[in-house]
Design a protein around this ligand. Structure first.
Ligand code: NDP
Length: 372
């Protein structure tokens, strides 16, 4: 008889006749992964910090997505990254020959990781080349650009999703679930703060044409999004104030700080801050009739923390910290393969752009702006 641990344990138990049984701890269950299914081919456009540090490494954790092409203005960088990630060098494109991705069956989806002001053009060209598009946030510089992106994808019969990665990870999902359960009573107020101290004054984030705006477009959008996905409603009124430190060379074209307030139809009031002028603010707190729940950090790439306060006690909730980018890319691949609408389609990006324009208008005019 072949010796194995389980057989010898059974034999031992039989021998002692069940008189005194001190059972050994159960062996941990070995989880055998399913064989890989079909993976869609992805092209990454714009090989900057996000693409290099987050998107490309995330493919190792994807079940339904693989990188098959790169689009860059820097052929040396693209060649190096192609070698690193096993991309066929013939699938490297530049911004001029990008449209010829149309002839490449290895590319199903295009991920636009360019400066904000370039999202619209490369989404529209990509859709016209017959590909599905995942565009980084903010979707574009203006609502008009967003509408044109949606239209181009619709006409091409292809899907368009906006890369709101935190909608695809467990902590923000748990916050949404708790908000929806009304376990702590009705939501009264949401306080949502996002900001960081931006560096190099020469970077594209501080140029109006490439960024669309300042901190609000880049990081304040997370503060706004949180209030929308927690309430599940659309705001009806906006107030705002804006400030940029006089003489700071970083804020010649775009704003440093915007504080804004949103009124939601159910009566929820949201108080939000967005800044490029101070170090790390990354949190939101939902205040309800019988307590509160919060995330801090709320939208960082990892180490998110959720706390729930009720009846004088504070509970920390633990959940798996997953790769947000792998989850969002696999979600989109799954939607494409199974003809489903993505959770954050182009319309979702358009809604944020309309609200952000209303926030700028409220700050400029000093008046409450109503949203229909
Ligand atoms: P980077 O500046 O690091 O990279 C942008 C890349 O775009 C460049 O490396 C370059 O790639 C390409 N590019 C083409 N034209 C220009 C131009 N005129 N100026 C600058 N770059 C140009 O930006 P990020 O990677 O930080 O951001 C890219 C996008 O991703 C933005 O929309 C941003 O809002 C979003 N983002 C989203 C995050 C998230 O968590 N979801 C986090 C960070 C950013 P190449 O050299 O290959 O041509």
């Amino acid at each position: 008889m072949a010796f194995d641990l389980e057989t010898s344990r059974r034999t031992f138990l039989k021998a002692v006749g069940g008189a005194v049984l001190i059972s050994a701890p159960a062996a941990p269950q070995l989880v055998v992964p399913e064989p890989p299914g079909r993976k869609l081919g992805w092209a990454i456009v714009g090989l900057g910090r996000l693409a290099i540090n987050q998107i490309l490494p995330a493919f190792a954790k994807c079940e339904k997505s693989r990188v098959t092409a790169l689009v860059s203005g820097d052929p040396d960088k693209a060649g190096k990254l192609a070698a690193r990630y096993g991309v066929d060098p013939k699938n490297i494109y530049n911004y001029a020959n990008y449209d010829s991705v149309r002839e490449n069956p290895a590319v199903d989806v295009i991920y636009i990781a360019l400066p904000n002001g370039m999202h619209a053009e490369y989404t529209i060209r990509g859709a016209r080349a017959g590909k599905h598009i995942l565009s980084e946030k903010p979707m574009a510089n203006t609502p008009r650009d967003c509408e044109e992106m949606i239209d181009a994808s619709r006409k091409a019969g292809r899907k368009l999703m906006v890369a709101y990665r935190v909608r695809y990870e467990p902590f923000n999902q748990a916050m949404i679930k708790l908000a929806g359960s009304r376990d702590l009573g009705a939501i009264k107020v949401i306080v949502s703060d996002h900001g960081f101290n931006i560096g190099d004054p020469a970077q594209w984030r501080l140029k109006k044409d490439l960024a669309g705006g300042g901190s609000l477009m880049d990081i304040g959008i997370y503060a706004l999004q949180a209030t929308r996905y927690i309430t599940g409603e659309e705001p009806v009124e906006v107030n705002a104030m804006q400030y940029s430190t006089p003489g700071d060379p970083r804020f010649k074209e775009v704003e440093e700080t915007v504080n804004f307030q949103l009124r939601y139809p159910s009566g929820v009031l949201a108080q939000c801050t967005s800044s490029y002028g101070y170090s790390g603010q990354n949190r939101y707190r939902v205040v309800t009739e019988r307590g509160w729940f919060e995330l801090e950090p709320a939208t960082s790439y990892t180490n998110l923390k959720m706390r729930v306060g009720r009846a004088g006690s504070i509970e920390e909730r633990t959940m798996p910290q997953i790769d947000h980018f792998a989850a969002e890319m696999d979600h989109f691949s799954d939607c494409i393969m199974n003809a489903k609408e993505p959770l954050t389609p182009g319309q979702e990006g358009l809604r944020d752009l309309r609200i952000m324009m209303a926030i700028y208008e409220a700050a400029r005019s000093g008046r409450t702006v109503r949203l229909s």
